[in-house]
Design a binder for this molecule. Structure first.
Ligand code: NDP
Length: 498
């Protein structure tokens, strides 16, 4: 990492926003936490204090849930037509587009990701998700059903909003996560209480300002910054919340399921992953190398479906590992604000320690460090892109989600699809899988055998129309796509004797 990097100048609007104050958004107003407590958010590139943020606790959760309840039950939101809801959501997308540059800077400062990534991935995707779900407002229909009871019947289904939604988001893509939760909820006619991660609350708070600016009625979106153990736990236990939607670790997912079980809240969980990248000998190897490297090193590996396990046929294994290792050493690691940066710091000292701990445990269990493995510098939370070889299925590095730029590379002997699928499926996760092959038959057969919510062949990318979620311990339900909005509805059947 070069010390004398030239940094993008922070726009005045960004500095002014970051100065604060940063309060809770409850019932259309910015208010201090009832306890007056605050917490700090830091810049992962240098550890410096960015801002003080209001720390919500149970009393604030109560106020926010009551506001969301009123807005849902008898506020203007409940009387708004689907077309009017669509216009408001679209207006929010336009406002986000107008302020995209500002949001990208705030995300980079708070989360650490390269400014360029925030500009070309996080912002466009967030805007598209809002527009995609705005389009769904007017298309949430039931169907008429032919029933065979004696007599003449008219029977139909309709979709109603589930109610007040409690959304809890993580720190790896804060704006994208916040938008992925609120857009379908609002499109379905729900109201929202949203808690961003303590490490990265700022873009969600700025989004709250835009939500007010574009004219969402009070109480429709409430934002509670604070800690998971206090604000988050109070939300999942609150009887006024009808549905919880959560993205984060599988361990916290379990806690949420237990809390939600009391009153049978609806639950959608998008949890961890251990995505296998499977390379067949007929693959376009140069593209596979680039794809595998980007899949694990983008966002410093802090992506739930990062390709963290590489399985390559023995004939191409060395070429692949050499290629990915070369890309790892070429990846320009640095502060997100530096124009040259391709990989920023990880989000916190805790995350840096966690990743370093996994690398050490892999080596202790016999893995070989092909490249990387070390911390970079002493300021900020930078770690080298890392490739481990000699990893075995029983190792922690192969089984657990590291959430860092660490690839475990393994080879297989023969193109026995069942065996490869068995090995690829042999973790508790099932979020994603990536295949590199030019053989259509191999691709289709493998796509069927893999236990993963999303199988990508010869490439990656995000699209709001494609449902996203996991098999096994990677989650419950799907986000995005039609299934993503239907998860915010209850289906009602009506049968009428004529
Ligand atoms: P968490 O799962 O702890 O955090 C995600 C969100 O859940 C945050 O908003 C957090 O609040 C909140 N939360 C924490 N505890 C509770 C609770 N008891 N009740 C309700 N909400 C709660 O992830 P970590 O930040 O601890 O990251 C640890 C690991 O989790 C990572 O290394 C990675 O493996 C995985 N992870 C996976 C993600 C994914 O996209 N699948 C995203 C993030 C992490 P707060 O942060 O404010 O305490």
């Amino acid at each position: 990492m070069s010390v004398n990097v030239s940094m993008a100048a922070i726009p005045a609007a960004v500095s002014e926003f970051i100065r604060g104050p940063h309060k809770l958004l409850i019932d259309g107003k910015w208010v201090a936490a009832a306890s007056n407590k605050t917490f700090s958010t830091h810049n992962p590139a240098n550890g410096s204090l960015l801002a003080e943020i209001a720390a919500a606790e149970a009393a604030d959760v109560d106020l926010a849930v009551n506001a969301a309840r009123r807005a849902f039950d008898d506020g203007p939101w409940s009387r708004m037509t689907p077309a009017a809801r669509a216009k408001l959501i679209w207006r929010l997308a336009d406002a986000l587009e107008t302020h995209a540059e500002e949001f990208a800077f705030i995300e980079t400062l708070d989360n650490g990701k390269p400014l360029n990534d925030a500009k070309i991935v996080d912002l466009p995707h967030s805007i598209e998700v809002l527009r995609y779900f705005a389009g769904w407002c007017t298309k949430l229909n039931g169907e008429s059903i032919s029933i065979s009871n004696p007599g003449t019947w008219h029977a139909y289904t309709m979709r109603e909003p589930v109610g007040v939604v409690g959304s809890i988001t993580p720190w790896n893509a804060p704006l994208m996560m916040a938008v992925s939760k609120i857009a379908p909820a609002l499109a379905a006619g729900c109201t929202v209480v949203l808690k961003p991660a303590e490490q990265t609350p700022l873009t969600t708070l700025r989004l709250g300002q835009l939500i007010l600016d574009v004219g969402f009625p009070e109480g429709v979106v409430n934002i509670l910054t604070g800690f998971g153990e206090t604000a988050g736990a109070a939300m999942t236990a609150h009887p006024g919340i009808d549905k919880v939607t959560f993205t984060g670790s599988t361990d916290v997912g379990r806690i949420i399921i237990r809390a939600a079980a009391n009153d049978f809240k609806r639950v959608t969980l998008e949890l961890g992953g251990k995505t296998p990248v499977i390379v067949f000998p007929d693959a376009d190897i140069d593209r596979a190398i680039e794809g595998a490297a980007r899949s694990i090193f983008s966002n410093a590996g802090q992506i739930c479906n990062a390709g963290s396990r590489l399985y390559a046929h023995r004939d191409v294994f060395e070429k692949l590992v050499d290629g990915v290792s070369r890309r790892a050493s070429e990846f320009r690691v640095g502060p997100g604000l530096a124009a040259s940066t391709q990989m920023g710091p990880v989000v916190s000292q805790e995350q840096l320690d966690r990743i370093s701990g996994f690398i050490a445990s892999g080596q202790n269990q016999g893995a070989e460090l092909r490249v990387g493995g070390g911390r970079i510098g002493s300021e900020g939370y930078f770690i080298q892109p890392t490739v481990l070889t000699g990893t075995r299925p029983d190792m922690d590095v192969v089984q657990q989600e590291i959430f860092g730029p660490v690839l475990c590379a393994m080879s297989y002997e023969e193109a026995d699809l069942d065996r490869i699928a068995r090995e690829a499926n042999a973790t508790s996760y099932g979020l994603g899988a990536v295949l590199w092959t030019q053989n259509l038959s191999t691709a289709h057969k493998m796509a069927k055998k893999l236990k993963a919510g999303t199988v990508r062949v010869n490439g990656g990318g995000l699209d709001p129309a494609l449902p996203f979620g996991g098999f096994k311990q990677s989650g419950w339900g799907r986000e995005l796509g039609r299934e993503g909005i239907e998860a915010y509805t209850e289906l009602k059947s009506v049968a009428m004797a004529l």
